[in-house]
Write a protein that binds this ligand. Structure first.
Ligand SMILES: [Zn+2]
Ligand SMILES: [Zn+2]
Length: 328
């Protein structure tokens, strides 16, 4: 099969021909139709996340069709459309797993990081961690598998906030924005200073206000979601938030958070991170998505153009999400 492979951090992916993977116990072989490109892929490729399993096929927002079921598979069947998310496996036995927090499992394995992902024509996945999906356009669905899912988990942690500040208006934010509007809530969109295209995009999705992080929305928010990997946004978001509000850091990696005076945290404001996902998040969110219905803004790339997609994501050159689409 054709695959894009990371051989060393901080190098370009190499277009390669690999043997087709073989599904093991409880695994399915999936023909990949589309795989969205996540900022986490950049963190893996750029060496921000330690110890990827090299050589590695990145990608954890996979849409495909089951073509072979391995021994012991009960949940999925041949011909079924599935999505493969970031959480590939958890132990099921530790205190986290037993308390509904498999996202925090110390032994968890992640797709496109510790095991091969979806920048390829085929992939294998543990059937118990795949989600059944409708036969809609695969490329449109792909960003839901991480940008949508993690955005949804982050939003849930923001509680009942009426007005939410969103920092970084990329793939996750453009999905969360639609959920917020569906729920009758308002949001402000903060982008890189001067990024007028993203601000216009945010307004088209119903932003009450959109501007650069060097500006301030007319009213403070009740909660903030930070999708950009910039620690300096944390004190900035605290300063633009009502008492009792929460700042949710939704990325897997962030630059150092600068020191800040206690009085901007005072008033029962809090800061929290979101880590990974549980299967319950996925089922809940993928059930909600068609009822809104969510529409993703996507930029399509051929599998062989994965490096270009990553570079454009790094530079913030498109709106919404980049998606690799496979031939045939
Ligand atoms: Zn566990
Ligand atoms: Zn992701």
């Amino acid at each position: 099969m054709k695959a894009m492979v990371l051989t060393q951090p901080n190098t370009r992916l190499v277009e390669s021909t690999l043997p087709d993977p073989v599904p093991g116990h409880r695994e399915v072989l999936i023909k990949v139709h589309a795989c969205a490109v996540c900022r986490t892929d950049l963190h893996v490729i750029d060496g921000d996340l330690p110890h990827p399993a090299l050589p590695l096929v990145p990608g954890h927002e996979i849409i495909g069709t089951v073509i072979v079921t391995g021994p012991g598979v009960e949940q999925r069947r041949v011909g079924e459309r599935v999505g493969v998310p970031w959480l590939a496996w958890s132990c099921g036995e530790c205190a986290y797993c037993r308390s509904g927090r498999e996202n925090l499992c110390d032994a968890a394995r992640f797709t496109g990081y510790q095991i091969n992902g979806g920048y390829a024509e085929y992939t294998v996945a543990d059937a118990r961690y795949c989600f059944p999906l409708p036969d809609d356009d695969a490329a449109q669905l792909a960003p839901l598998l991480c940008a949508g899912l993690i955005g949804y988990r982050a939003l849930r942690m923001a509680g009942a906030a009426n007005r939410v500040g969103i920092y970084g208006f990329g793939a996750a934010a453009h999905i969360v924005a639609q959920v917020l509007r569906f729920q009758g809530r308002e949001f402000d969109a903060y982008t890189r200073p001067g990024d007028l295209a993203s601000q216009t995009f945010a307004r088209s999705l119903g932003a009450a206000w959109a501007g650069g992080t060097d500006q301030a929305a007319p009213a403070p928010a009740d909660a903030a979601l930070i999708f950009a990997p910039a620690g300096a946004l944390v004190p900035l978001a605290l300063r633009r938030m009502e008492k009792g509000g929460i700042v949710i850091c939704a990325g897997i990696h962030m630059s150092e958070i600068p020191a800040f005076p206690y009085d901007i945290l005072w008033g029962e404001r809090s800061i929290r991170s979101v880590a990974n996902l549980t299967r319950r998040d996925g089922l809940e969110f993928l059930d909600l998505a068609p009822r809104i219905p969510l529409r993703t803004e996507i930029q399509r790339f051929a599998l062989a153009a994965a490096n270009e997609a990553l570079q454009q994501l790094r530079r913030g050159e498109f709106q919404g999400a980049a998606v690799l689409t496979m031939q045939g």
